[in-house]
Design a protein around this ligand. Structure first.
Ligand code: IMO
Ligand code: MG
Length: 443
């Protein structure tokens, strides 16, 4: 990947999350001035390996690991103060600088304790086949309150303590009634105890709280380079994903400008991140899922267990049909393929190039999950590769079938694959020559 050729760049996950966005953001960061999280919340789990250290970040942008870069959390993020403070403390303990290099939008909505409880209780109440399988981080209830407006709290509210406490008492009184009616006897929330705790949180993170929108506009005026760190993946998008088995935010490219507060035209490049196979955590359709020994082998080799919840991830073959749909929701200028090493050792590998539904080949990715649950993937089978991949090799030294596989993905997705990851470490990264300009969509 030619880092210098990138303008303001957004890193977008093109599957159901966990594509390896954290590693890509970490690699790109040293070429940028500001790294911005703009959507989602502590449901995200971005893992970055630096030397023998492993960092699992949920809210703090992955940019924090480079001290000269400004890390920023925008208005679109569902902010869990308890999680972010634990994360900040953990980073500081490990010698990572976290002071004014981390800024948090005063417009960000707060995840409240009753949001997390509601996430758990409402899932528990559903029939097994209707559970979404959320991360229980209170994301859905927090965004629901944001849309409802009158019951929502933003970070800025913590700096008007009397008004915060008084409105919280009303909101909590109503919430206790609803919880009691819907979920039976539950321990009522104590509004004053929450207010005390949140006002203290507010004081502890005060140094980080600003109008990040203004900060970004000033950075744009100084022609600084901005990097946007996507959370989740396009197929989990609230509007365009496999609804209702999605998250509650816009995680396609369209969410970047809205969640960060920058003009869409100021984002020049959308870098798509895909895993060499597919994974999904939680419920919902997954046409290429492998519920057999191959799926289990991918899970074990790829360490496919959730960063946020520890749940085993569902694993399956690469789905080029679903990924192409995701790419059409963004204008992906280049692709990064992650975990190619995990696919080594299988006698053959498969790629899904389309779906058949009741005998007919589908032309579009279906919006109806009942259809998606019934489709039969159409596979192309390719020879596998045995050899262990040596992280020091160049792309050209990869086994030929591995290169053929990458190049087949490039053909199917019609975008240049400029980076191939063969291990979690920063160094286990193979760069490819940028493909001919004809393959890059016109600006
Ligand atoms: P990153 O940023 C993978 C999934 C959950 C669940 C659904 C809804 O690490 O790629 P939510 O808690 O958001 O209401 O859960 O979305 N999900 C993710 N899956 N990676 C993520 O983030 C995810 N964030 C949410 O598993 O199926
Ligand atoms: Mg994750």
């Amino acid at each position: 990947m030619n880092f210098n050729a990138l303008g303001n760049t957004s890193v977008v996950g093109l599957q159901w999350g966990d594509e390896g966005k954290g590693k890509i953001v970490d690699l790109l960061t040293e070429h940028f001035d500001v790294v911005v999280r703009y959507a989602g919340g502590a449901n995200a789990g971005h893992t970055v390996i630096v030397g023998d250290q492993r960092f699992a970040l949920h809210l703090v942008p992955s940019g924090i690991l480079r001290p000269d870069v400004l890390s920023l959390i925008g208005p679109g993020v569902a902010l869990d103060l308890e999680t972010i403070m634990t994360e900040i403390a953990g980073l500081r303990e490990r010698g990572i600088k976290v002071d004014r290099n981390l800024l948090i939008s005063n417009r960000a909505h707060l995840v409240m304790p009753y949001h997390k409880k509601q996430d758990l209780l409402s899932e528990a109440r559903l029939d097994p086949d209707r559970k979404i399988g959320t991360t229980a981080r209170g994301i859905g209830p927090c965004y629901a309150d944001k849309m409802l407006r009158s019951t929502a709290f933003r970070l800025a509210d913590l700096y008007k303590p009397d008004a915060f406490r008084s409105r919280l008492r009303d909101v909590v009184a109503d919430r206790n009634k609803v919880f009691n009616a819907l979920y039976g006897e539950t321990e009522p929330f104590d509004a004053d105890a929450i207010a005390d705790q949140f006002l203290e949180f507010g004081e502890r993170i005060r140094m980080h709280v600003v109008d990040t929108t203004q900060v970004l506009h000033e950075a744009l005026a100084r022609c600084e380079r901005l990097l946007f760190e996507g959370a989740q993946g396009s197929l989990l998008d609230i509007d365009h994903g496999t609804f209702p088995y999605v998250t509650s935010s816009t995680c396609t490219a369209g969410g970047v400008a809205a969640g960060a507060g920058v003009p869409p035209a100021c984002i020049h490049d959308y870098v798509g991140v895909i895993k060499a196979y597919t994974t999904r955590v939680g419920s919902g359709p997954f046409p290429t899922e492998l519920t057999n020994a191959t799926g289990d082998a991918i899970r074990v080799r790829g360490h496919e267990y959730g960063t946020t919840t520890g749940r085993p991830r569902r694993c399956g073959w690469f789905d080029a049909f679903a990924t192409k749909y995701s790419m059409d929701l963004a204008r992906i200028t280049q692709l990064c393929v992650m975990h190619l090493d995990t696919l080594g050792g299988f006698p053959e590998v498969r790629v899904c190039t389309g779906y058949r539904y009741r005998g007919e080949r589908l032309k579009i990715f279906p919006p109806d999950i009942d259809v998606l649950n019934e489709v039969e993937p159409i596979y192309e089978t390719m020879p596998g590769w045995d050899a262990e991949i040596n992280a020091d090799d160049s792309y050209e030294q990869l086994p030929l079938p591995a290169r053929r596989y990458v190049e087949r993905l490039e053909d199917l997705l019609a975008a240049p694959i400029t980076l191939v990851s063969v291990g979690a470490d920063r160094l286990a990264t193979l760069h490819r020559q940028t493909a001919p300009p004809a393959m890059v969509p016109a600006r």
